[in-house]
Design a protein. Structure first.
Length: 219
């Protein structure tokens, strides 16, 4: 059996990943030194030794280059494990929120494991220079939210506009956003998992409170 095609494909894939990581490292370093608007895509390309066209084959914007490639941060086995955790189709599983928190932690761990200490320090330095990048880390775009809803809906066997699915995405986005913001703050000394779990427990405490059965003024 000829495995040359698979070997070549694997080598090309690794080369692409290495180039992608080099672009990210250069973009982070430049952001930390000059700020997001203090350098151009051409400067990143010159530092890495690629063309402008190649840059945009990897990343649509400078911000995306700074944060790294989405597929590298969301390994397929993590998504498969999350999908396998659902219960009876059409019924929201009791472990949904816990599994979403765990998935967020696992994605963070995979990201940290795949990057060197220098890479992480560069990302932290870039975000301290440009705090608005935190929002992009959380992935609060409409496209990301829609993809998250589809993922949960597939797991639970319900429509993507199911109220619990919508609120699950809203809640996990808010918790992750706050935890990221705290983690990347200048004075923080705590780990991201510790911060995320603390926020998740606070959310659980809040949601355990009783709610009004009717609105005021209703008949």
């Amino acid at each position: 059996m000829d495995n040359s095609a698979n070997i070549d494909g694997g080598l090309r894939g690794r080369k692409r990943q290495q180039t992608r990581q080099s672009v990210t490292a250069a973009a982070r370093s430049l952001t930390a030194a000059k700020g997001l608007n203090g350098f151009t895509v051409e400067e990143v390309c010159e530092e890495v030794g690629i063309s402008r066209r190649t840059f945009f084959n990897y990343f649509p914007t400078k911000e995306d280059a700074i944060l790294g490639h989405h597929d590298d941060e969301h390994p397929g086995e993590l998504m498969a494990g999350f999908l396998a955790g659902g219960g009876e189709p059409g019924t929201i599983s009791e472990s949904l929120l816990a599994d979403l928190i765990q998935l967020t932690l696992d994605i963070w761990a995979a990201k940290v494991d795949s990057e060197s200490e220098t890479d992480v320090r560069q990302l932290i330095a870039a975000i301290k220079k440009e705090p608005q990048l935190v929002a992009k880390i959380v992935g609060i775009s409409a496209e990301r939210e829609a993809a998250s809803r589809q993922l949960i809906a597939q797991r639970e066997g319900v429509p993507a506009d199911h109220p619990v699915v919508v609120m699950a995405v809203t809640a996990i986005t808010a918790v992750a956003h706050h935890a990221h913001g705290t983690y990347f703050s200048a004075s923080n000394t705590r780990s991201f998992p510790e911060l995320l779990l603390e926020d998740a427990r606070a959310l659980k405490t809040l949601f355990a409170q009783n709610l009004p059965t009717t609105s005021k003024g209703s008949s």
